[in-house]
Write a protein that binds this ligand. Structure first.
Ligand code: GDP
Ligand code: IMO
Ligand code: MG
Length: 471
């Protein structure tokens, strides 16, 4: 022991230990529910691991597959934003499931699934999704909760979305009515699940909204909609959903008090975020990490880590810039039967990995861990290009510009790395990946700035290489 440490005062071992204890107690007082404060070995602190999972690109990064893997170590899976514009694919026992509104955790036994207040719900589509899963033998009862504060997507939202897509300035939306529904929410004229649970209140509000929207539809040259039909179908869907509707904020907080682990399932991706994405070619919600808090009522200090999912290359469906877009890469992937939209079936546009975008996504979301998917998509590509910077009007850029036209004019600056020219879908250990594949994933995670924790080499649950503790 050094002379200094044997002394009393700031340098001594006892002093340091006491200071560490104080720090732990201080953290607990922030993190623990009532009753735990002051107990050093608080089980809540030890077991708490709330994880936000975020798409780091333009959506369809393979979030569904990674959620399914992470659900094994979670108790509750929560959707916090978006609606049935999402399409999350999970392969389980050879069956392909595409989840649109229901959290992907529904496929695992004993896991609770919550649709949070930030989601916009088309009740008729949700009932169809519940029925579809039931037909495939998936149990839903007592596993699903829906926030009473979630806003509704109504038929006039879908028609308005379709009508806007026919005109100049189209976005290439999924035509699910998402933008108009969030528009009503922001304008404070939306209807919510709580309205649907009160048939008289709902019908009254719906009638006024339909009168107003029929005038707009008429002006756009679209067919008007019938109050009677919408009222009937929505009330019928509402009755089917009634057993699941609750105050999900209270549910989640009580679950956290019992030490339950929550997984926040992001929908869409960082560059489709209404604030940080490639506006106006974005969706209408906050797809980035902050959306998990506002969309569920779980405060930021209760979040333990953020896992970012990114493909080993880039894809985008819909309009807007994709700086690294490459027609040859797209053709190669489409010829393999890959990269077709899970919601609309549209061909996804494809491009090289864009580290300018992924680095920015790392910054906005505070990414702790990275999961790289679809590495096997590059099995026979050699050389592989990686965009490390943009060039705009002769200037070098390290971050994407805010302006859509400027982004569209950005030229990618590429570096080339060697491919591995062999199939990797049977690999289960990182050390067994070809050296070039290991080098590639390390390179793109370093450029992004997060810890590489998973590499996915196929769509199935087992086709995953786990590098570090993920749960
Ligand atoms: P999400 O919206 O982010 O959940 O992604 P989607 O489900 O829309 O699209 C991802 C597609 O990639 C789906 O078809 C998945 O089954 C598939 N997928 C995910 N990870 C892998 C992988 O590592 N390899 C292959 N071949 N397919 C993958
Ligand atoms: P997941 O969760 C990919 C895109 C649409 C369009 C834009 C706006 O499966 O990753 P919207 O219908 O939301 O108003 O469309 O956003 N988009 C997605 N692209 N994956 C998604 O979800 C998407 N959800 C919306 O193509 O460009
Ligand atoms: Mg998808």
């Amino acid at each position: 022991m050094s002379k200094n440490k044997s002394k009393r005062g700031p340098g001594c071992a006892k002093f340091l230990a006491r200071r560490r204890c104080k720090r732990i107690i201080y953290r607990q007082s922030r993190l623990c529910p009532a009753g735990c404060i002051g107990k050093i070995f608080c089980p809540f602190l030890i077991s708490m691991a709330n994880t936000i999972l975020i798409g780091m690109q333009w959506g369809d990064e393979g979030k569904g597959k990674i959620i399914d893997v992470l659900t094994a170590k979670s108790d509750i899976v929560v959707r916090s934003q978006g609606g049935n514009n999402a399409g999350h694919t999970v392969f389980h026992r050879g069956v392909k499931y595409v989840l649109h509104l229901i959290p992907s955790g529904i496929l695992r036994r004993g896991k609770m699934c919550v649709i949070g207040n930030g989601v916009v719900i088309d009740p008729v589509a949700l009932v169809a999704e519940v029925d579809g899963l039931r037909q495939l033998g998936i149990k839903i009862d007592k596993k699903l909760l829906i926030s009473d504060c979630a806003h509704l997507v109504l038929p006039y939202h879908r028609i308005l979305d379709e009508q806007r897509e026919l005109r100049r300035g189209r976005i290439g939306t999924t035509k699910r009515g998402i933008g108009p529904a969030y528009g009503d929410k922001a304008a404070r004229t939306g209807l919510r699940m709580s309205d649907l649970m009160q048939p008289i209140v709902f019908s009254k509000k719906l009638q006024a909204k339909i009168i107003e929207n029929n005038r707009i539809l008429q002006a756009l040259g679209a067919k008007s909609i019938s109050f009677r039909e919408v009222n009937e179908s929505y009330l019928a869907a509402g009755e089917k959903l009634r057993p699941y509707v609750a105050n999900t904020v209270v549910y989640l907080h009580r679950a956290m008090e019992r030490g339950k682990k929550i997984l926040f399932e992001g929908a869409q991706g960082t560059f489709l975020d209404i604030d940080h994405g490639t506006y106006p070619y974005v969706t209408s919600s906050n797809t980035t990490a902050g959306g998990a808090c506002t969309g569920t009522g779980v405060p930021p200090h209760r979040m333990d880590r953020v896992v970012g999912v990114m493909k080993a290359y880039s894809t985008r469906v819909g309009d807007g810039a994709l700086p690294t877009e490459d027609a040859h890469l797209a053709q190669m992937l489409h010829n393999l039967g890959r990269e077709f939209g899970a919601t609309t079936g549209r061909k996804r546009r494809c491009g090289w990995f864009d580290a300018v975008a992924s680095r920015y996504a790392g910054m906005i979301n505070g990414i702790d861990e990275i999961a790289i998917t679809n590495l096997d998509g590059l099995d026979h590509v050699d050389p592989i290009r990686v965009c490390v910077a943009y060039r705009l009007y002769g200037k070098h850029l390290d971050v994407p510009p805010c302006d859509a036209t400027q982004l569209a004019n950005c030229e990618p600056v590429y570096e080339e790395v060697s491919g591995w020219n062999t199939s990797i879908h049977a690999v289960r250990k990182f050390s067994q990946l070809p050296a070039a594949a290991r080098k590639y994933v390390r390179y793109i995670s370093e450029l992004t700035g997060g810890k590489l924790s998973m590499v996915s080499v196929g769509p199935a649950r087992g086709e995953t290489i786990v590098l570090s503790r993920t749960g």
